[in-house]
Design a protein around this ligand. Structure first.
Ligand SMILES: [Zn+2]
Length: 231
């Protein structure tokens, strides 16, 4: 789970990784015989009983630096990724974060640029980045179903992936995502809810050197319960 790629000198929520560090992390995966792919491709491979060498890479929030900084590195390593964007904040910034620098988000053109890249999947992160477990039914429906419709129109393709803002999800929210027609939902540490609509993810940041990546990779299976492949 990545967010922003750029200067991480002022980064109170530790959501930024420098391009140099990301390059090394992707190189580490490659040296270990692993390949970064979008979540849709990962789930499709696992459903075929394959894909043990694949790692799903996700970039949340749809920062403008995805196109400038992350895409060239993904291309260089021959990797894909899923980008989760906020169609209610096109060309805006991370206004939901009370602290830290304002980071610009991709506009419509930037999202289309990302979506047109081989191996890159664009999914929804809701409309505006609200905690859906605290949203009423009207807001929940708008954030989940409307964001899918807007995004699908924008990229001219089916939208399969959803990512819960702040990683917070409960049964009601996961059901809303399934009912809206998504194929999967990304969480962070969903505990007993773990499944196709509450996929666990691991934060990877600037401090993750090769030693820490090695440990995170090894411990992931123990720390998060495995997800049954959907066949
Ligand atoms: Zn987010």
């Amino acid at each position: 789970m990545y967010h922003s790629v750029g200067d991480c000198s002022d980064d109170p929520y530790r959501v930024t990784v420098s391009p140099e560090r990301l390059d090394r992390q992707l190189g580490w995966l490659r040296r270990h015989g692993l390949r970064g792919v979008c979540v849709r491709d990962l789930l499709a491979a696992r459903a075929r009983g394959q894909g043990r060498d694949l790692v799903g890479l996700t970039f949340d929030d749809g920062y403008a630096d995805f196109v400038e900084a992350a895409l060239p590195l993904l291309r260089h390593h021959g990797f894909g990724a899923t980008l989760f964007v906020l169609p209610g904040r096109l060309g805006g910034d991370n206004a939901w974060d009370p602290r830290g620098p304002r980071k610009p988000l991709l506009d419509e053109r930037g999202i289309r640029t990302a979506a047109a890249c081989e191996g890159v999947e664009v999914g929804s992160h809701g409309l505006t980045h609200v905690d859906l477990t605290k949203a009423d039914d009207t807001v929940l429906h708008a954030e989940v179903a409307k964001s899918r419709a807007v995004l699908s129109e924008l990229i001219g393709a089916h939208v399969d992936g959803f990512c819960y803002p702040y990683g917070t999800v409960d049964r009601r929210v996961a059901d809303a995502v399934r009912d809206a027609g998504y194929g999967y939902g990304c969480a962070i540490d969903p505990g007993p809810l773990t499944g196709p609509y509450a996929l666990p993810r691991l934060h990877v940041g600037e401090r993750d050197t090769s030693v820490r990546l090695f440990l995170k990779h090894k411990l992931h299976r123990l720390r998060r319960r495995p997800v049954e492949a959907v066949r």
